[in-house]
Design a protein around this ligand. Structure first.
Ligand SMILES: *Cc1c(COP(=O)(O)O)cnc(C)c1O
Length: 442
């Protein structure tokens, strides 16, 4: 079992920057140079790691892969994925739709899912001619039909289904839950029939996404088998073949101690077996099979870098206080719904070789709340003021999942490493940004 330090060092190596001693130099660019050029804190994304991951997943599964934009909606990151031949996008807001289109995803490779789609969001989906709106309720079918009619266009519909079967994987339920997502499987027949009553709607197929951070291969395969069955049920109601099965995804990323990589190869082997069983069923003739993945495609290709501004000792404990924290990276501080706060893999990027402190360092952000901690016992090299601390697995649910306005610090920059050089994807902010858009009382 890899320790958090092993994981951090392994990821550092994959960034091309593990030096035996001294500082982290991803793709031969010293991290201090990047920090000087763009200022701290910043997110650093590794372009080749993103592209390779997309290719590897698609080849392994033998299906289409759609990128869930909410994991990292940075335009440059989306462009890298859009450039991968045939990659699609899954969006959940008009903003994500805008970024997906700007990144170059073809409309017929985009699906729109998510509860609470507004009138405006449905209308944009219709106007842009995306492949499918994955509807979350019976009511949404009618709203979409009205809008498609008003726009005089045909619109693809995926039915998001919440399966009745309760499948368990390590304490995580995949189906049989109650929530705002999708419609009950018992409503499937009505949903299919309602969709077919509207000539301006084209029934694409079914969509099931019920869990994230899944590591257990067998329950996930069983879940996928169940999705095939749900799709066949829908095709029977429709009396014609389906055009799409969207299997969701939810492949896990091993952020924490005692968790190992999701076994993609063994899942893929099982999935290809299922695919060969079902794909020649006439009810799935010409059907597109797709997985929509967020964190699994981008998490390990991102590093959050923050500078130590103070080092102090209190009751025998060393604290490194950094210039960024939960305001920039909420999930890494354990503040996005985690039940137990556990540390991501961290390294002192300025002194890669130095021995870790025995009892570990507490790494805290600047946000004036005890919640703002990357961890209490992080085994990193003795920090000094000015050192750069790296938080790995930061490519997903980082920048856009954080409360960037909290404490009114400037926003971090986003930097891309590609072809051995660094470039700016999004500039960091300045203190005056806090006044932007505000109207002073006269
Ligand atoms: C968030 C989301 C995803 C992506 O989840 P990950 O855990 O990042 O892979 C996929 N599909 C839907 C519908 C989502 O809401």
């Amino acid at each position: 079992m890899l320790t958090q330090t092993d994981k951090a060092q392994d990821l550092a190596e994959r960034f091309g920057g593990a030096t035996a001693d001294g500082e982290f130099t991803p793709q031969d660019v010293p991290i201090s140079q990047i920090a000087r050029e763009y200022g701290t804190p910043f997110y650093l994304y590794h372009g080749e790691m993103v592209s390779e991951r997309v290719r590897r997943v698609r080849e392994a599964l033998g299906t289409e892969v759609a990128y869930s934009v909410k994991a990292n909606p940075s335009l440059g990151v989306c462009q890298l994925i859009a450039r991968e031949h045939e990659a699609g996008a899954e969006v959940a807001s008009s903003g994500e739709l805008a970024v997906a289109l700007a990144a170059g995803f073809a409309p017929e490779e985009i699906v729109f899912a998510g509860p609470g789609k507004t009138e405006d969001e449905l209308r944009r989906s219709v106007k842009e001619g995306i492949f499918a709106v994955n509807v979350e309720s019976l009511g949404e079918i009618d709203r979409l039909a009205r809008i498609a009619d008003e726009e005089g266009r045909q619109m693809g519909v995926g039915l998001r289904v919440n399966p009745s079967a309760q499948l368990m994987g390590s304490g995580m339920r995949m189906g049989g839950t109650v929530g705002q997502f999708g419609m009950d499987q018992s409503e499937l027949e009505e949903a299919v029939r309602n969709t077919l009553t509207y000539p301006q709607l084209a029934l694409r197929g079914v969509h099931v996404y019920t869990a994230t951070q899944v590591f257990d291969v067998e329950p996930l395969l069983e879940h996928c088998r169940n999705i095939f069955e749900i799709a066949l049920e829908a095709a029977d109601y429709a009396g014609r073949p389906l055009e799409m099965i969207d299997f969701g995804g939810g492949f896990g990323v091993p952020y924490f101690e005692k968790v190992s990589e999701f076994d993609l190869d063994s899942f893929a082997e099982g999935f290809r077996g299922l695919l060969s069983t079902y794909r020649f069923d006439p009810r799935l003739e010409g059907c597109r099979f797709l997985f929509e993945l967020g964190r699994y495609l981008v998490a390990d290709a991102g590093l959050y870098v923050t500078r130590v501004v103070d080092v102090k000792r209190t009751r025998g404990k060393t604290f490194a206080v950094t210039d960024g924290g939960m305001n920039h990276h909420l999930t890494a501080t354990g503040n996005m719904g985690q039940v137990f706060r556990k540390a991501y893999p961290l390294l002192n990027l300025t002194r890669m070789s130095a021995l870790p402190e025995e009892e570990g360092v507490a790494v805290a952000g600047p946000c004036c709340t005890p919640l703002d901690m990357f961890g209490n016992n992080i085994p990193i090299a003795d920090p000094e003021v000015g050192d750069l601390i790296g938080v790995f697995y930061s490519g997903a649910y980082g920048y856009s999942a954080s409360n960037l306005g909290f404490l009114s610090h400037p926003k971090p920059a986003e930097i891309l490493l590609l072809d051995g050089g660094s470039r700016l994807l999004r500039a960091g902010g300045s203190p005056e940004d806090v006044l932007e858009g505000q109207k002073a009382l006269s």
